[in-house]
Design a protein around this ligand. Structure first.
Ligand SMILES: [Zn+2]
Length: 301
């Protein structure tokens, strides 16, 4: 199959998945709504939306963002979620294709399916958290179980593992469990310190469950970098949002999700920056040959 056909296929597939994620974002936080039934309705006039008005992205453009029956504006969230999903899936396919040197083997296909699942879960969690400031247990608790089970079925997922015995499933399972506990523990601890300092709830338990879920999938020590990036993105956006709206509370889940996407796609680049580029830069600024030199220079002061 030529490359451009594969790309067009994944773009279209991403738009369809995005359309389903829109349904999840609307129905999951509203009690008692199933994500598979009934057909989509216009929230204003309750008219069922016919298939030709429900084509991802294109129907929104053709209808110029309004319901065909009552002309109520359709939320810009619908095409946005479809575009984001499509973009992330094409990026995931490209990165995984390169990671396996262009060989479409079982591990590459399993990796893509796991990325599809994780990205979908993170998109749904992000938009629900922005709107409702909750992260549904349907996403996080089921994800924790799934992450642990998959680590036992696909031991190569967590390579290099945190322990090396001659039982691959055990190495991988321990990596997943360590990620789960380390991720949840890190955010719980920071929340606890925040509570002691600011005398009020600094972090929701939904975020702790989200970190446990991400930790079970991404493993130790990657989950720590997810948390670090989430804190950097969150405080950057938090300061800007506080200056504009004077609202001191922001949803933290979306920034943890963004951190997770960065680590899923660019972990090697991030680690190279943290452990090589940044120390080299600081060494040049401080004008020392190597870090041991700096430490010994302090000894003579
Ligand atoms: Zn309508």
């Amino acid at each position: 199959m030529p490359y451009y056909l594969a790309i067009i296929f994944i773009v279209a597939f991403g738009l369809v998945i995005g359309s389903f994620l829109n349904v999840c974002i609307y129905r999951l936080p509203r009690e008692g709504l199933s994500i598979v039934q009934p057909r989509s309705l216009c929230p204003r006039c309750r008219q069922a939306i016919s298939w030709y008005d429900n084509i991802p992205l294109f129907s929104f453009l053709l209808l110029r963002g309004r319901c065909r029956v009552c002309q109520t504006a359709i939320s810009w969230r619908y095409p946005l979620v479809e575009l984001i999903t499509s973009f992330l899936l094409v990026t995931a396919a490209y990165i995984i294709f390169n990671r396996f040197d262009g060989v479409i083997e079982t591990r590459a296909i399993v990796s893509f399916i796991i990325y599809l699942y994780l990205l979908s879960a993170l998109i749904v969690a992000t938009f629900i958290d922005f709107a409702f400031r909750i992260i549904p247990d349907e996403i996080t608790l089921s994800g924790i179980g799934l992450g642990l089970v998959l680590s036992l079925i696909f031991p190569w997922w967590h390579e290099p593992a945190v322990i090396t015995t001659n039982l691959p499933w055990l190495n991988s399972g321990v990596s997943s469990l360590a990620g789960l506990l380390g991720g949840a523990g890190a955010i719980y601890l920071v929340g606890l310190i925040g509570k002691l300092i600011f005398k009020k709830e600094a972090m929701g338990f939904g975020d702790v469950k989200l970190m446990a879920f991400l930790g079970a999938f991404l493993g130790w020590p990657h989950i720590l970098f997810v948390f670090l990036l989430g804190c950097i993105f969150g405080s950057f956006f938090g300061i800007i949002s506080w200056l504009i709206t004077k609202d001191r509370y922001i949803a933290f889940g979306p920034f943890l999700a963004l951190g997770a996407v960065v680590i899923m796609f660019f972990r090697n680049e991030v680690y190279y920056f943290v452990f090589t580029t940044y120390p080299d830069l600081m060494r040049d600024i401080l004008m020392v040959q190597s870090w041991p030199d700096l430490i010994s220079s302090f000894r003579f002061i």
